[in-house]
Design a binder for this molecule. Structure first.
Ligand SMILES: Nc1ncnc2c1ncn2[C@@H]1O[C@H](COP(=O)(O)OP(=O)(O)OP(=O)(O)O)[C@@H](O)[C@H]1O
Length: 239
């Protein structure tokens, strides 16, 4: 399998704080990969470096074999990178349909726009809520709307920052099924996640960040049995 994303020796500091330290990371095309790590490990910063919202001090980011390190964020989005951040990015006063139309307005028009909205409504299970103000949706539905906004233009790489935060177990399970469905449609997924049972449900592989560095990488089984990971992340001590 070829790698859709290859990161080499990525470094970033904010003043005296090192937030990315010599990060090497490869993401096979077609995979679902989870990024875990304690609070402040640098997970969101890593996303922002991939997206071009932060520029690295040094290192390389290649996407589909192209160096994108100096591309602006909108240029990266045009190449097929999409993101859903943890903080909701929906317009609460607008209807579900209006939110989708706003998300797709620069990419789709007329019949294609309507067909895409229809497809995303079905995929997210929000068809009956099409006219509901987004702020009136249940928490899980708001998250699904935002995932729909992120995938309507058919990205190749989807970044998700804690997609199940605040969700019930049923909503979490449904989100996992949605991500598998997107993955079957050839979307590679990189998700920051704290819920280890959800990681187990979706991830082909896991990378652990700690203090801005890659601390460990492997299968979910390897990661949960890794003694160092248990110490830094799962709160297990040597005592
Ligand atoms: N714009 C910024 N300026 C200065 N420091 C920052 C900035 N953004 C993040 N940091 C710092 O970088 C470190 C990594 O933060 P980041 O949000 O990437 O961690 P995280 O792993 O996503 O944490 P969490 O799980 O709590 O979301 C933290 O120490 C944070 O305070």
């Amino acid at each position: 399998m070829s790698d859709i994303l290859v990161v080499e020796k990525l470094n970033k500091r904010f003043g005296g704080v090192v937030v990315a330290k010599d990060i090497d990371f490869r993401l096979p095309a077609g995979s679902i990969h989870c990024l875990i790590g304690p609070n402040g490990a640098g997970k969101s910063t890593f996303f922002r470096l991939i997206l071009g919202e932060h520029l690295p001090d040094s290192g390389s980011i290649r996407y589909n074999n192209e160096e994108i390190n100096r591309l602006r964020a909108f240029q990266r989005i045009r190449r097929g990178i999409s993101v859903k951040f943890q903080v909701p990015g929906i317009f609460k006063a607008l209807s579900v349909r209006q939110n989708l139309a706003v998300a797709f307005q620069h990419h789709l028009h007329g019949h294609t726009l309507n067909a895409t909205i229809h497809r995303v409504l079905e995929f997210t299970g929000l068809t009956e809520e099409v006219s509901t103000p987004a702020g009136n949706l249940a928490h899980g539905q708001q998250q699904w709307l935002e995932i729909g906004m992120a995938v309507g233009v058919e990205p190749s790489l989807l970044l998700l920052d804690e997609p199940t935060a605040g969700m019930s177990p049923d909503e979490t399970k449904k989100t996992g099924e949605m991500l598998h469905e997107l993955n079957r449609q050839d979307i590679t997924i990189l998700a920051v996640e704290h819920d280890m049972s959800f990681v187990e449900q979706i991830a082909d592989a896991v990378t652990v960040l700690h203090l801005g560095s890659v601390f460990a990488a492997g299968t979910i089984k390897e990661i949960v049995n890794h003694p160092g990971v248990q110490q830094i992340y799962l709160g297990v001590s040597d005592d």
